[in-house]
Write a protein that binds this ligand. Structure first.
Ligand code: NDP
Length: 287
């Protein structure tokens, strides 16, 4: 069994991106800038934002975080995004989700300029992904494919089963895996809460991607021997953080598996930096 170490891989990618930034800044170019917007005081969001800030700053990205009260109005939030859209020194805008319930998430995400949409959630970027055009890709699926690629694991021609069809993980991952190209070409099945025979689908998977959010839901009976399991789930339990897979029960049955924590999570943050660098280079006219 190969442990797919997202933490070590993400650190390597972050160093590569830092080197890119340093080289270009030494040539006199301005540093990349990222605007982070956090509304409300959800403790998990606070942690995610702090981790993202730390990682971005470590890579040489200037990060400007706006912490807004949970009572912030839609108009105030949109005005803040509009300001960040206009600033030439801001290359990326990240609105930490979930937003407080009274705010319109779709409207906020739509108001971000597509070329600053470093989360890759804007319909323009989602459409580009669908059509196979260049654009900013959602960080989690992009991080998953990058992790597999760095371990030389190719899904081409294989049966890839994804459980979970969210807009930020399952759906874009399905598109990326199905598209032609070196990291795609898989035969993709996308499962969800209404799927019949879920266990059968999972047992058929050469590559199984779990993005449900239910602790240890996937045990031995759901896994094909020799499968590669990528666990996206982050579940907080009294025993600590765990994934959607029952890691200890299935690890020896797999050919490769991501741990939780230390698998997909760190890769997601590395891809945020990658997207910010991509947006920065585009704004500088370098690509
Ligand atoms: P969502 O809640 O948006 O989606 C969950 C999906 O799981 C839905 O499609 C739902 O189906 C499906 N589902 C729920 N119950 C079942 C079931 N019993 N059988 C089959 N499918 C089921 O979650 P996200 O995609 O946002 O996140 C999923 C997990 O990944 C969470 O634990 C989250 O914390 C984690 N995550 C981790 C990231 C990382 O960087 N590591 C990044 C993003 C998320 P239906 O559509 O029918 O409701």
């Amino acid at each position: 069994m190969l442990l797919l170490d997202g933490k070590a891989t993400a650190l390597k990618i972050r160093q590569e991106l830092k080197d890119t930034i340093t080289t270009l800044c030494h040539k006199g170019l301005r540093a990349p800038g990222l605007a982070v917007i956090l509304a409300g005081n959800d403790p998990a969001s606070e942690i995610y934002v702090r981790n993202k800030e730390k990682a971005c700053e470590g890579a040489g990205i200037r990060t400007i975080t706006s912490r807004l009260p949970a009572t912030v109005s839609q108009a105030e939030l949109l005005a803040l995004i509009a300001k960040a859209n206009q600033r030439n020194d801001i290359d990326g805008i990240l609105v930490q989700l979930p937003l407080p319930a009274h705010l319109d998430t779709a409207e906020c995400l739509l108001s971000i300029l597509p070329d600053k949409d470093v989360d890759g959630f804007h319909p323009d970027n989602a459409g580009r992904l669908l059509l196979g055009l260049p654009g900013l890709r959602p960080c989690t699926p992009q991080g998953i494919l990058e992790l597999l690629a760095r371990y030389g694991l190719a899904c081409a021609g294989k049966r890839a089963v994804i459980v979970g069809r969210s807009n930020i993980v399952g759906k874009p991952l399905a598109l990326m895996l199905a598209q032609p190209g070196p990291v795609g070409n898989a035969t993709v099945t996308l499962c969800h809460s209404q799927s019949e025979d879920l266990a059968d689908h999972c047992r058929n998977a050469d590559f199984l991607f779990l993005a449900v959010g239910r602790p240890k839901m996937f045990g031995r009976e759901m896994i094909k021997t020799g499968a590669c399991v990528v666990d996206v789930g982050i579940n907080r339990t009294p025993e600590g953080i765990c994934g959607d897979a029952d890691f200890e029960a299935i690890k020896n049955q797999t050919c490769a598996i991501t741990p939780v924590p230390g698998g997909v999570g760190p890769m997601t943050i590395a891809m945020l930096i990658k997207n910010t660098v991509q947006a920065w280079q585009a704004h500088l006219g370098l690509c």
